[in-house]
Design a protein. Structure first.
Length: 582
């Protein structure tokens, strides 16, 4: 049964004072309160826990939960620990999450034997720095100092048992250990629970390793963070696409003060007041753009990316994405069509799989579910095509060779092939794809292993792209076969592709390419566009090469007037007649 306590600030202060006075010199009453605290987390938090906020006066104040979400959240964290399961928390900034998780840890540290915890963040200075309340263990240390002596473990001395990176309970042997992010994070000894604070900001390779290493240490991992894009380990966990994990969202609409005056805009921009604030969070869950006077003020002082990250829990708009991820999310993945009848058209929105075979000088498509080619549309006699390719460099992270067939009129993807091919196989696939798609031009990157591929393509009976150089006198000379990606061409081709995507000028169609676009970012330190962490960008680069080549060698209308008329009737359809995200 829950022990009652006042939940308004002034009444709660009077309650605390009354408890302290009644307990003074009264061992029986102390034992009674101790037992109440032991069995009721929320009673202990709202009677004996304190917080500190230098933005207000006084900066030190008693913790009084907003029962609309904070009590519920602490009980959910307590349940995750008691029942030993992982639970992720994504949140708006300044919702008190770090304090609340640490209160739960501290409660078990004080009252429940066998409670060993580990807390971690991306840098040591965020885990513990004596006297710095922004660090995790200093919050624990500060709260222990506020406890009456009769609630602390027998023999506990803050100076002796609450040192840097380690807080110990001399009576029960419990501990709360701090550790900064590293690939073997948390691997030393079993723990009842582990907090991974601001997990979205951990280096992605470290986060992947730490998540794996902690699985054998505890059954209760608690990743907590505001979002920072959709490519990092935290975002992948939150999406639930690779592994299932329980998830709690603490959005600002749950905070009574921040949600005060909440409203949303109807279709014509009229403010619709939200009379019952308990529904504000539910409306946000339904993707309704809930606002409030507090939110409007935040929107004024923050950039859109900062607002998405710190306030909105918006994975697509937060962080450092290179592509317009809202536009990417509206692209339609063309799914695999099982049981396709050979010889019939491929329905819009679907693809089939197969291989390209060269028989008696002709390249034919043979359908098979495990074929290397994904075919979205069959060749059209009035179209012209580019087969762009990015050749695997043989890096340890397992990059792939990636080929893409695009038409030169609309730029849509018609076919793709990718895998850990050797260079001879990839060369063959490019040649067959170019022949099958009406002598499409082969444009394969010539860097590293691509140099050998392009050298061999010169001996094959297909047209290939040549890198050219324009001199100061305006003359152009051929440099070498294939597409050269360098410090000048790379940003240009990527910008071209990004514009095509943001303006909905192309249909990407391929699931792998779209997934790579979501994890393609501007490096936070260098500003260079690249795959985030251990993610791949082969499809993005192959697609960008195609964009650049199509711009340089655009669609040329047939010279025959009769054919041209037929061209116009077929090609003037808006993106082939198929919209995005329908």
């Amino acid at each position: 049964m829950k022990t009652l306590y006042p939940t308004t600030f002034d009444a709660n202060r009077r309650h605390r004072l009354a408890v302290f006075k009644a307990a003074e010199g009264n061992k029986k009453y102390q034992d009674h309160v101790y037992e109440q605290c032991r069995r009721d987390l929320l009673y202990w938090v709202n009677t004996f826990c304190w917080t500190k906020d230098p933005r207000v006066t006084p900066s030190v104040m008693p913790w009084v939960s907003y029962d609309a979400y904070q009590d519920d959240y602490m009980l959910k964290i307590e349940s995750a620990i008691d029942n030993q399961y992982d639970e992720l928390t994504d949140k708006s900034r300044d919702m008190g999450v770090s304090w609340m998780v640490l209160y739960v840890f501290c409660h078990k540290f004080l009252f429940e034997p066998g409670s060993d915890f580990r807390v971690g963040s991306r840098k040591e200075d965020f885990v513990d720095k004596l006297g710095d309340m922004d660090t995790l263990l200093e919050k624990v240390r500060f709260n222990l100092k506020q406890q009456p002596k009769w609630l602390l473990p027998v023999g506990f001395d803050v100076e002796k048992h609450a040192g840097w990176m380690k807080i110990l309970n001399p009576e029960s042997g419990n501990s709360i250990i701090g550790e900064s992010a590293n690939p073997s994070f948390g691997s030393g000894g079993r723990r009842k629970a582990i907090l991974l604070d601001e997990f979205s900001k951990w280096d992605n390779r470290v986060a992947e390793s730490a998540w794996t290493s902690t699985a054998d240490v505890t059954n209760c991992r608690l990743p907590v963070s505001t979002p920072l894009g959709s490519a990092n380990k935290f975002a992948v966990l939150a999406a639930g696409t690779q592994e299932k994990i329980k998830k709690i969202s603490l959005h600002w609409t749950l905070h009574p003060k921040k949600a005060a005056g909440a409203y949303y805009l109807d279709g014509i921009g009229t403010k619709i007041p939200i009379k019952d604030l308990s529904t504000a969070f539910k409306l946000w869950r339904q993707s309704i753009n809930v606002r409030s006077p507090w939110y409007d003020a935040e929107a004024e002082r923050r950039t859109p990316s900062d607002l998405a990250q710190e306030v909105d829990i918006n994975y697509l708009m937060s962080g450092f994405p290179y592509f317009d991820l809202q536009a990417v999310s509206k692209q339609k993945v063309w799914g695999y069509l099982e049981n396709h009848v050979p010889g019939t058209p491929i329905p819009a929105g679907k693809h089939i799989r197969g291989v390209l075979l060269e028989i008696q000088g002709k390249v034919l498509f043979r359908e098979t579910p495990d074929g290397w080619l994904r075919l979205y549309e069959k060749p059209n006699p009035i179209m012209q095509y580019v087969v762009s390719g990015d050749v695997a460099e043989g890096l340890p992270k397992g990059d792939e060779s990636f080929g893409i067939v695009r038409d030169k009129y609309q730029g849509n993807v018609w076919a793709t092939f990718h895998g850990l091919y050797d260079t001879d196989d990839f060369e063959d696939y490019v040649v067959r794809a170019a022949k099958y798609f009406r002598q499409g031009i082969g444009a394969v990157e010539n860097n590293n292993h691509g140099h050998g591929v392009n050298k061999n393509l010169l001996r094959r009976d297909i047209e290939i792209y040549f890198t050219k150089r324009t001199h100061v006198d305006g003359k152009t000379t051929i440099v070498k076969p294939g597409w050269s990606t360098d410090k000048l061409s790379r940003p240009t081709m990527l910008n071209k592709l990004a514009l095509e995507v943001s303006k909905f000028q192309v249909q990407v169609r391929d699931e792998t390419i779209l997934a790579q676009m979501k994890t393609f970012v501007r490096n936070e330190k260098t500003g260079k566009p690249e795959a985030d962490g251990s993610f791949h960008d082969d499809g993005v680069m192959a697609m960008a090469i195609g964009s650049a080549v199509i711009e340089e060698m655009p669609y040329e209308p047939p010279k025959s007037k009769a054919v041209k008329t037929r061209d116009d009737s077929r090609l003037k359809q808006k993106n082939g007649g198929f919209g995005f995200g329908k």
